[in-house]
Design a binder for this molecule. Structure first.
Ligand code: ZN
Length: 295
């Protein structure tokens, strides 16, 4: 599933080719409907409009038009939003085709599994309301230290589940949760409330640095992900834990293990991310808090 780095790559690929360009028309490429059906009344609202900005929030792509309407796209599991030459044949599973005035490329939304969606909102404030209703958390870069500690200390869930929770921080999915926990040397099954302040901070920094590096590498191409230009990502070549079950840990050489947590597979090194230290650390955190509470 495309996560923050993949969605950011799509946005960065599309931006220079779309901003300042006028959309000419929209047409359906298939009869099958997406997770949220496309309304035919939106075609007329989009035709002739100038693209003002292309941005990202969490895993959502926002294309704002000069009418103030915003096209909000989610790639779901297998979505691709790419600029393709108008002359290229339409690939299977292409659901929407946005043509640009004067071509020679057009924007195509393709989604094999159809968990993705494209919805037109009347204005940026309607999009904001939608995100507030969805309780979408802040972007994972520059998370306020105190906010992050409170989110972790306030949850009895395992840290892997908290990382995947879009209401805590938006954009992290299974790949980057595993890679961030590996970088921070934290066992995915530890309870979030047992983490020390120092461990919370380490995880916060790891999440940001893993995501930044993944953006530099244009995200990870597993399954069928490609950026907005159709080019694949390269971060999958740098995975240290994710999807490497049985392979040697790049830090200590022990075999990477896999565990089912929060309904997802979690890849980790049982030595570098040991839970033994975790148990001791949790005990000392509890003692520390008790002492704090007593004073
Ligand atoms: Zn290791």
């Amino acid at each position: 599933m495309p996560e923050l780095p993949e969605v950011e790559t799509v946005v960065r690929d599309l931006r220079p080719h779309l901003v300042g360009r006028r959309l000419a028309s929209v047409r359906r490429g298939s009869r099958q409907s997406l997770r949220k059906p496309w309304r035919s009344s939106w075609n007329a609202e989009i035709a002739g409009r100038l693209v003002q900005s292309v941005s990202r929030r969490g895993k959502w792509i926002l294309i704002e038009l000069d009418s103030r309407a915003v096209l909000v796209v989610h790639l779901g599991m297998t979505g691709q939003l790419t600029l393709v030459s108008c002359a290229d044949p339409i690939a299977d599973h292409t659901h929407l085709i946005f043509t640009l005035k004067d071509g020679p490329v057009e924007l195509r939304f393709r989604d094999i599994r159809r968990f993705g969606s494209a919805v037109l909102f009347p204005s940026p404030s309607d999009v904001e309301v939608f995100f507030v209703q969805a309780k979408l958390g802040p972007e994972p870069f520059d998370l306020p230290v105190q906010y992050w500690r409170e989110q972790l200390h306030g949850s009895k869930r395992c840290i892997k589940a908290v990382l995947l929770d879009q209401t805590v921080a938006a954009g992290v999915g299974n790949i980057y949760a595993d890679e961030s926990l590996f970088a921070a040397r934290l066992h995915p099954s530890r309870r979030a409330c047992d983490l020390s302040d120092a461990e919370c901070d380490r995880l916060r920094k790891s999440v940001a640095s893993v995501l930044r590096r993944a953006i530099e590498r244009r995200g990870s191409s597993i399954r069928n992900y490609v950026g907005g230009s159709g080019l694949q990502g390269k971060y999958q070549n740098e995975f240290r834990a994710y999807g490497r079950t049985g392979e040697a840990c790049p830090r200590c050489g022990h075999a990477i293990a896999c565990l089912r947590l929060a309904g997802r597979s979690s890849h980790y090194c049982p030595i570098c991310q040991t839970n033994l230290i975790a148990v001791n650390a949790a005990e000392s955190v509890r003692r520390q808090r008790k002492r704090k509470g007593a004073t």
